[in-house]
Design a protein around this ligand. Structure first.
Ligand SMILES: Cc1ncc(COP(=O)(O)O)c(C=O)c1O
Length: 396
């Protein structure tokens, strides 16, 4: 067997490589183990990843196939096709009330990629970006790749943002506030009062506001309260088709913000991506045209699964599920078992082959919890609930 080549002892890597390791990586070990076991055909139940168990809408697939067959296989402008950016601008306006045009939008390979671009365009060495716990596990590396530091603020009761603590964490080095609404994993949607305090803070300290709305299509009516129309000069909205349309693998997302920022992000897209596949961009236009139906389908899917799972685990000893306002995740407080979220997740997998995620992956505030994704088959949820029950009943 060939030994994979290793690097010479005399070379060095950039400082960047040390910033992209990611902190909560261990939390995913059980998940990867479960995925490998499933690939071997073993009986495992995976509730650890946020990838809705639904097909991409058929017209979207048809459009991509037709474009491919029609030869849409060539280079595309770095910022994305004008028609797609216009469609994104219209979707953003309908959701947020902020009237923007194609020049405010850059198309990226998912909201994750858009966050990476925002991070590099807005912050750098010596800067700080403040965020609320619980926080999506890629945020630290995605912000710190720029050389800036991500500063997490512990959550208040009910996983809501602690606004007093948030204000106390803002320093002269703070360049931006970052949050997801709905939140992953808590499902919290920031309300008008919270946004009002954040807006005042942003004005007082001249901050950027980076808002990850990847789950907005799953909030009631497919909308979340937004500051974009009120603070158009400082709000950067990140969105994608991943969750609303069950299109995680298509990698179709965007950044919407001030046109100067979009111009910088376009240059970054140019040197990073040199354009993304045109046939997927055309499919994304088709997806945006059916956003209402797609969102309704996903919300109905999540609502029935959430209710079913909540009922199934409601009376399991030691567990306290925290119902989300929106989204596809549920935090379950397992602290009454005497185990941390990580210990619980590992022991549950070892005993029952159910994979859930350690809440500590989302920050210290959720270390006594595990996160489950309920956007899956009912049979899987029922079986997982039965195994969770057996596991908890076996605990001392
Ligand atoms: C909060 C949050 N932001 C961003 C992403 C990445 O989304 P996308 O698939 O659009 O890159 C995810 C994916 O799970 C997420 O949970």
């Amino acid at each position: 067997m060939l030994t994979p080549p290793t690097h010479s002892k005399n070379v060095n890597y950039s400082a960047l490589v040390h910033r992209i390791g990611g902190h909560g990586a261990d939390a995913w070990l059980t998940h990867y183990e479960a995925v490998a076991a499933r690939e071997r055909g073993e009986d495992v139940l995976i509730l650890s990843v946020g990838d809705p168990d639904l097909e991409t809408p058929a017209p979207v697939i048809e459009r991509a196939v037709a474009q491919l067959r029609g030869g849409d296989t060539h280079y595309v402008p770095a910022a994305g096709r004008a028609a797609l950016r216009e469609a994104i601008a219209r979707a953003h306006a309908a959701r947020s009330g902020q009237q923007i045009g194609a020049e405010n939008v850059v198309y990226f390979a998912g909201a994750q990629n858009a966050l990476f671009a925002a991070s590099l365009c807005l912050a750098g060495p010596g800067d700080e970006v403040v965020t609320f716990e619980p926080l999506y596990p890629t945020y630290p590396a995605t912000i710190e790749v720029s050389g800036a530091r991500l500063v997490p603020v512990p959550a208040a009761a009910g996983w809501r943002p602690d606004l007093a603590a948030l204000a106390a964490h803002v320093t002269p080095r703070t360049r931006a506030l970052l949050w997801a609404s709905p939140n992953n994993p808590s499902g919290v949607v920031l309300n008008e009062a919270e946004l009002g305090s954040i807006a005042a803070l942003a004005r007082r300290h001249d901050l950027w506001l980076i808002v990850d709305e990847v789950y907005a299509g799953l909030a009631p009516g497919g909308r979340v309260p937004s500051l974009a129309a009120r603070l158009p000069e400082r709000v950067v909205t990140l969105g994608s088709l991943s969750k609303s349309h069950a299109m995680t693998g298509w990698r179709a997302g965007w950044l919407a913000g001030p046109r100067e920022l979009a111009a910088h992000a376009e240059k970054l897209a140019m040197c990073m991506l040199f354009g993304l596949p045109g046939f997927i961009q055309e499919a994304a236009i088709a997806a945006l045209a059916l956003a209402d139906e797609a969102g309704q389908r996903m919300r109905a899917f999540c609502a029935t699964r959430q209710e079913r799972f909540a009922v199934a685990i409601g009376d399991i000893p030691h567990l306290r599920a925290v119902p989300p306002e929106a989204g596809m995740f549920m935090l379950i407080d397992v602290s009454a078992t005497g185990l941390s979220g990580g210990e619980f997740a590992r022991a549950l997998y070892a005993a029952e082959r159910v994979s859930v995620l350690d809440g500590a992956a989302f920050g210290r505030s959720s270390a006594g919890c595990v996160r489950v994704c309920f956007a899956t088959e009912e049979a899987t949820l029922d079986a997982a609930a039965a195994r969770l029950r057996r596991f908890c009943e076996s605990l001392p």
